[in-house]
Design a protein around this ligand. Structure first.
Ligand SMILES: [Zn+2]
Length: 444
């Protein structure tokens, strides 16, 4: 069986767990009899947004403030009168109920379709919205970023209130697709596709935050977008409180029993059957990341954690719309005790698993096959032939016997925490661990 094992490459620092800032292509020999292949990940899913690499200075025509002034001017004129080569070009990504507009097609010799974001020109956006009697004000557009080398500024707009747009855009082979579905359908080896996913995640997080922050939490007056939608401000002259996009940090940790070479995996009742993952929990006010790791682990499993070592972090904009963007902060947490006492209100189960069992679990789920199945599903949605299949069930497409458990896919930081540990040579890791500092540090 072909097993695709995704590894974030380690840095050369004394801690083998810590990731280098630039994650490069590595091919690692896995301590396993299975045939394995490593694929580079330049960044986690939803990180590495190509539109956010550098924000232009204020006077630059691609900057949020300059682009917003140009947007205002262009919206004052009939879209038919827009010069086709007006610089910079404005491309707009419509969202409906948290779903970005997308299209899907097969390119070149590929047999698997790939999805792409449904960018439309500002003029097209205006024409379509006017057709439905919607007057677009500049405040409706949220600046996403720019690419000076392409002469393009990118915007997002929420069109949830106009249902007629769905068939209108559908006739153009566009459709609004759940971001989670696109996430699963993204070929993680394709850096351009991963970049599109990151742009969509950023846009969704911003638009959902705009929806949540319509009124001032201090005085109750309306808030208004500022800086091309990158922040908001209370409209009450006496208040004028500034509101910034919301990020909710979450610790996610693989708890490790060094002495017995085991890792703690848990199940929540909302998980698909037989899926096991890391522990995770929101950070409380006044708490350090390390304290949150220790508290959550103790509360949910009764296990006491000593050393906490940072691994990497991942933006997670696919949670509920009430939490527009979580930031998953990943750690290895080394257990000082091993007796498990599961909090049944939080977890369905938690168990220690040997390294060999975890390796097997990583091979059971054919992640590449699941990705291709999801890509085909997006293609079907865009062609209007959705069948209502369960995407999550696709992860466990097996060629052999029913797997006792499997691990989340490579789009989730949990996968990388688990696979990094599972694919380490235990003897090497033991030596490495001895060199590790007692406190949590990061070289990212
Ligand atoms: Zn206010």
């Amino acid at each position: 069986m072909l097993c695709l094992s995704l590894l974030l490459s380690s840095s050369s620092s004394s801690s083998g767990f810590l990731l280098s800032k630039t994650l490069t292509l590595t091919k690692r020999t896995i301590i396993s009899s299975l045939t394995t292949m490593s694929i580079s990940l330049n960044s986690h899913a939803f990180a590495g947004n190509p539109l956010r690499s550098k924000t232009p200075k204020t006077h630059d025509p691609f900057s949020p403030s300059s682009a917003f002034e140009s947007l205002k001017t262009r919206l004052l004129h009939n879209p038919e009168n827009h010069p086709p080569s007006e610089s910079p070009l404005f491309k707009v990504l419509p969202f409906r109920k948290g779903r970005p507009l997308a299209s899907s097609f097969v390119t070149g010799d590929d047999v698997v379709p790939s999805w792409h974001l449904g960018w439309i020109s500002l003029a097209d956006c205006e024409r379509i919205l006017e057709k439905y009697g919607l007057q677009q004000r500049e405040e409706s557009f949220v600046y996403l970023g720019s690419r000076a080398e392409e002469d393009v500024v990118y915007w997002a707009i929420d069109v949830s209130e106009e249902g007629g747009l769905v068939p209108e855009l559908g006739s153009r082979q566009f459709c609004f697709v759940e971001l989670r579905t696109l996430m699963v359908a993204t070929d993680w080896a394709d850096s351009l596709a991963m970049g599109e996913l990151a742009v969509a995640g950023h846009a969704r997080a911003l638009l959902e935050w705009h929806n949540l922050s319509r009124f001032c939490g201090h005085c109750g007056e309306k808030t208004v977008p500022m800086e091309a939608g990158r922040r908001k401000q209370c409209s009450n002259e006496l208040c004028k409180i500034r509101v910034y996009p919301r990020i909710d940090p979450v610790v996610i940790m693989l708890v490790i029993d060094r002495e017995n070479d085991r890792a703690l995996l848990s199940r929540q009742s909302r998980f698909v059957p037989r899926m096991w993952s890391c522990l995770a929990g929101f950070i409380e006010p006044g708490e350090s990341l390390e304290e949150a790791v220790r508290r959550e682990t103790y509360e949910e499993t009764g296990i006491e954690v000593g050393e906490v070592v940072y691994h990497s972090s991942q933006p997670w904009p696919v949670g509920p719309s009430s939490i527009p963007c979580q930031l998953m902060v990943g750690f290895f947490a080394y257990a000082n005790s091993v007796e498990i006492d599961v909090d049944k209100e939080e977890l369905e189960d938690a168990q220690w698993h040997s390294r060999e069992d975890v390796r097997k679990a990583l091979t059971f789920a054919e992640y590449k096959k699941a990705q291709r199945t999801a890509a085909t599903k997006v293609d079907q949605i865009c062609k209007g032939v959705e069948r209502g299949q369960s995407l999550s069930a696709d992860f466990n497409v097996e060629s052999g016997e029913l797997a006792p458990m499997f691990i989340p896919g490579p789009f989730a930081i949990a996968h990388h925490l688990i696979s990094t540990w599972a694919n380490q040579d235990p003897s090497t890791s033991a030596a490495t661990l001895l060199k590790q500092p007692s406190s949590s540090i990061s070289n990212l």
